[in-house]
Ligand binder design. Structure first.
Ligand SMILES: Nc1nc2c(ncn2[C@@H]2O[C@H](COP(=O)(O)OP(=O)(O)O)[C@@H](O)[C@H]2O)c(=O)[nH]1
Ligand SMILES: [Mg+2]
Length: 686
């Protein structure tokens, strides 16, 4: 593929709810542009974008896919994204490296929740947008009902640039409101507008012309003076209106019937910005954000936005060049890590295929295999003039599962496989819970974690089960107690003797465990005190109620006795542990549970349902802060109640809500729940 200048490239992300037809639209665009010779289908697993075996199996997109094509001398890097909300990380990365977006809306099911969400992301990132009302051929397709919905959700700045000719079984093509011609069939044939649509077309054209004229003062004067505006004038000013976000053109089509696809390609070229028209946001010397104009000369500035484990080439790193040029077989500076990185052969990626290329220039996207230290979000640049591009912000993981390897062989390979998964998906996180001993995999939702385990088996041959993680309960006491323990045994040779008296008292929450030695007069010789402390710590590690670690207590050893021959470290360790266990039992022990801070964001109509549900989960609602039509509910809730909150929230709000959680503190578990926990732990032991 030839090289393109900054002004002859478009990076365009396809966004929508799952199933609106992004992947099918991208396939039809590639085919229309001649980038592929055979039109694949999502339903047969032959679409260029959904090539991953897990995608083929489930018939949905799970990863972002790069789909470059050329249209009228311009390179269009299409980026297809997953619509399922668990894979928001892929969407965020794709939005970040694009200047423009195509929002795909299904003409039959209308604007769905997922589309509202991705609309919000594209708005946040300031992307210029086109909307495609797809599936006009489908049963129940209704353009005018969908238009109403689009305008009521996204605003009146969304204006049709086309009207459909016929719909459902009878969908034939579109009327273009700028050329005032009809385009029917595939490939499209230009003709006069059907007379039945003439007046409708004039009414809608008026709105587009007015919006376009408003973007340009001289044009507006002409328009208000009653003069006709030329097609070129209209296109130029409409482009201006799209770039500034004042207009979002609506196009019409059917990916499956291949109708409206060439007009969509034309619209990308005519109305969406090029990399030249977008500033680069970099991190300045003192850490603040600054902007930089894009350019093709040095210095190099590229952002890594995806890392994947490719079955053929190994680790594959996708990057977008913002400034300068990157060459095959060169060396670059990873400013994020402060180390040099060797660049081997560069590739242009299309779906699963990789074509070797000598260089990737400013504005364009490329990939490179087998980088050693670079990860997603890093900036690669030149060492003489380092530039750091603001990294991509990914959502924090909120949903956790414990990962249990199926066999010993799986256990051995688990660590390496998990770190590869995390490298590929920045919204995944792995940690070992030191309290429960479990390996915890966290992410955005259940489906994402299930897909991750499928991948783990297929790519790395590691079989695991996912289970609900254990809650890291703790134990403590509520009243001070004194205890004494004498370890005394007379066996064959010399005996065993250790004797400890101690006080144990409760401390405020969060204090942990303190140990003090107040033995006087050598009643326990100094050299045995560390052994006593060891014994006490052992008992602290395993409480007396349900075997959970004990916290927030102070143990003071104040007396004891010893035997000149029979005493030993081990005997004092046993005595220390024994004394503390007794003390804990007498201190009216309780179970503590972790309490989390939770922030739930939902459209305001759901507030009542959310609060009702949280109350049922033993939560304390701390406050509500409306942010526009969204309500932010803050509460404290026991971790044990929200292990499946990602699933609950989705079902209460049909996917319209989001939340974040963080650990707050430990609190006493109510006694009826503590009883259940104790009974459960006893049953486990038997
Ligand atoms: N009738 C009809 N079906 C379509 C059209 N576009 C996509 N589909 C079907 O809708 C389903 C989802 O399409 P897909 O491209 O995977 O949607 P995505 O999740 O947005 O990528 C598949 O079964 C497609 O065959 C269309 O224009 N007309
Ligand atoms: Mg898809």
């Amino acid at each position: 593929m030839q090289q393109y200048g900054l002004e002859n490239i478009h990076n365009v992300v396809l966004l929508s709810h799952c199933g609106a037809g992004k992947t099918s639209v991208s396939e039809a665009m590639l085919f229309a542009a001649g980038a592929i010779t055979r039109l694949g289908k999502v339903d047969d697993g032959t679409a260029t974008s959904d090539y991953d075996p897990t995608e083929v199996k489930h018939k949905i997109s799970l990863n972002l896919a790069l789909l470059p094509c050329q249209w009228n001398g311009v390179k269009i890097n299409l980026i297809d994204t997953p619509g399922y909300s668990d894979f928001v990380g892929e969407v965020k990365a794709s939005v970040r490296v694009s200047e423009g977006a195509i929002i795909v809306i299904c003409a039959a099911s209308g604007v769905e929740v997922g589309s509202e969400q991705v609309w919000a992301y594209s708005e946040e990132a300031n992307l210029s947008r086109l909307i495609l009302v797809n599936k006009m051929d489908r049963e129940n397709a209704d353009f005018y009902r969908t238009l109403e919905e689009i305008q009521s959700r996204f605003g009146r700045k969304c204006l049709p640039l086309q009207l459909p000719i016929g719909d459902q079984n009878d969908f034939q093509g579109v009327v273009d409101l700028l050329t005032m011609k009809s385009y029917t069939g595939s490939p499209a044939k230009e003709a006069e507008i059907p007379s039945s649509l003439q007046s409708q077309a004039e009414t809608f054209r008026e709105k587009v012309v007015e919006a376009a004229a408003e973007a340009d003062d001289t044009l507006l004067e002409k328009y208000l003076g009653g003069e006709e505006l030329s097609l070129e004038e209209l296109q130029i000013s409409l482009r201006q209106a799209v770039l500034t976000g004042k207009v979002v053109p609506i196009l019409v089509g059917s990916a499956l019937q291949n109708i409206g696809i060439t007009s969509l390609l034309n619209a990308v070229n005519n109305y969406l910005p090029s990399p030249k028209e977008r500033d680069i946001i970099v991190v300045g010397d003192s850490g603040q954000q600054e902007t930089m104009l894009p350019g093709e000369d040095a210095p190099l500035a590229t952002l890594v936005f995806r890392t994947s484990a490719d079955p053929y080439v190994g680790k594959l790193t996708y990057f977008r060049v913002y400034h300068g040029v990157i060459d095959s077989n060169s060396q670059v500076w990873n400013v994020t890590r402060g180390e040099a990185e060797r660049i081997g052969q560069l590739f242009m990626v299309r779906g699963k295929t990789q074509e070797p290329i000598p260089q990737v220039r400013a504005g364009d996207i490329g990939a490179v295999a087998k980088l050693s230290l670079t990860g997603t979000g890093d900036t690669l640049c030149s060492q003489d003039k380092p530039v750091k591009i603001v990294p991509i912000s990914f959502p924090e993981p909120i949903f956790s599962k414990a990962v249990r390897p199926k066999t010993k062989a799986d256990l051995d390979k688990l660590g390496a496989a998990l770190s590869r998964l995390v490298e590929e998906d920045p919204t995944l996180e792995v940690r070992r819970d030191s309290d429960t001993g479990e390996t915890i995999l966290s992410g955005i939702g259940e489906t994402q974690l299930e897909v991750a385990t499928e991948k783990m088996l297929r790519k790395f041959g590691v079989g695991v089960d996912l289970q609900t993680p254990e809650v890291p309960y703790k134990e403590t006491i509520t009243v001070p107690a004194k205890a004494e323990y004498k370890h005394k045994k007379q066996t064959g040779g010399h005996g065993q003797y250790g004797h400890v008296l101690l006080d144990v008292e409760p401390l405020p929450r969060g204090s942990g465990h303190e140990f003090a030695d107040k033995v006087v007069g050598g009643r326990i010789p100094k050299n045995y005190i560390p052994a006593v402390e060891k014994g006490v710590n052992e008992a602290v590690g395993e409480g007396v109620l349900a075997g959970y670690p004990v916290v927030d207590i102070k143990t003071t050893v104040y007396d004891g006795s010893f035997h000149p021959v029979d005493s030993s470290e081990i005997c004092f360790k046993i005595a220390g542990a024994g004394a503390l266990k007794k003390g804990l039992s007498q201190g009216q022990p309780i179970i503590l549970e972790p309490i989390m801070n939770i922030r739930v964001k939902v459209p305001e109509d759901f507030t009542g349902d959310i609060i009702g549900d949280l109350n049922g989960k033993r939560a304390r609602v701390l406050g509500m802060n409306p942010e526009g039509k969204i309500n932010v509910i803050e509460a404290q809730v026991p971790l044990a109640e929200i292990l499946r909150y990602a699933i609950d929230l989705k079902s209460i709000t049909q996917g319209r809500g989001s939340y974040s959680i963080e650990f707050s503190h430990y609190e006493q578990t109510p006694s009826h729940i503590a009883e259940k926990i104790i009974a459960h732990r006893q049953a486990e032991k038997v």
